[in-house]
Write a new protein. Structure first.
Length: 80
């Protein structure tokens, strides 16, 4: 069995006092009960109810690519 070092989860935050904005975005790579890889995204305002979306992927490299794309997208939008 081959193991791969992965950043399994990252929490990003965005603060903009001028717009009264405090938000977070969480990305995680997880396996479900059937052994399939999925990208789990959670987001919302800090201190409020969150939204969640789970995207099933065919294999680990596909999941890693989806993770990297979404991370780049959020970094462009000033999440740190």
């Amino acid at each position: 069995m081959q193991t791969t070092a992965l950043p399994f989860a990252i929490i990003l935050e965005r603060h903009d006092p001028a717009r009264y904005m405090t938000r977070y975005y969480t990305l995680a790579l997880e396996r479900n009960l059937f052994g399939e890889w999925s990208l789990v995204r959670m987001w919302g305002r800090i201190g409020q109810t969150r939204q969640t979306r789970i995207t099933l992927c065919a294999d680990l490299p596909t999941t890693q690519n989806a993770y990297a794309r979404k991370l780049r997208e959020k970094r462009r939008r000033d999440y740190a």
